[in-house]
Design a protein. Structure first.
Length: 237
């Protein structure tokens, strides 16, 4: 069965259940998972996701070589080395990063007890589909990180893009069918749709329009990334 957690309350509910046979794919298209993938594709050694700004700063104190990355309200917290724009992560080759964002890193952390946690975005949809075909999970959960406590259209569209590539109608939950339908409605106009989402409008307001264009690209990375222990690294396909 392919299931989709469509918002943070669903993530919390599911995270309290037994996830030992679950492969979870976490989507925070605008922008956390897109930035993580961009960084790892560009040679970042590892990214350590944490829930809070305080956790990130405490980790930095223990390991001064770590870079602090993330956002609150779309902008980097005071004293952070970088924010949550994918293009910033292109320039960090060889570095290790501790990262906290409003929804994305919290969603990753919520799935820690899953058998496997993969990082999803539009940027690596085909690579994810290929990986899941060759490593079929017992249970597949697509996790849409959301915006605050709300549903995020861009995460659902990305989840739907993956469902469309894995489609087996006998194994689709209602939520999986919904996300696939959303993706099919969007078609090739991903950039314009992302610009009109709640997150997209906010990013445009704070001058991050280029991030939307970056995150709207489909399958530019042949890359699968996985949470191993406390860090996200590239996985062997």
């Amino acid at each position: 069965m392919i299931q989709v957690a469509l918002c943070p309350s669903e993530i919390r509910r599911i995270s309290a259940t037994n996830l030992s046979e679950v492969t979870a794919v976490v989507f925070d298209v605008l922008r956390a998972t897109s930035s993580i993938l961009t960084g790892l594709a560009s040679g970042v050694e590892a990214i350590i996701p944490v829930r809070t700004v305080e956790e990130a700063r405490a980790r930095k104190l223990k390991e001064p070589d770590l870079l602090l990355a993330g956002e609150r309200g779309g902008l980097p917290p005071e004293g952070f080395d970088l924010g949550n724009s994918p293009e910033e992560f292109e320039k960090l080759t060889g570095r290790r990063v501790v990262m906290t964002t409003t929804n994305g890193t919290a969603a990753i952390e919520s799935m820690r007890t899953a058998s496997k946690v993969l990082i999803g975005a539009l940027l690596n949809i085909d690579a994810l589909a290929d990986y899941l075909f060759t490593h079929p999970p017992k249970r597949l959960l697509l996790v849409c990180a959301g915006t605050g406590e709300e549903f995020s259209l861009e995460d659902a569209v990305a989840a739907g893009a993956l469902v469309a590539r894995l489609s087996d109608d006998q194994r689709l939950s209602d939520s999986a069918i919904i996300t696939r339908s959303l993706y099919e409605q969007v078609g090739d106009d991903l950039n314009e749709w992302l610009r009109q989402t709640q997150n997209g409008k906010h990013l445009r307001k704070i001058g991050k329009d280029a991030d939307i264009t970056w995150c709207a690209r489909l399958s530019i990375f042949d890359l699968v990334c996985q949470l191993q222990g406390e860090k996200v690294i590239c996985s062997t396909k």
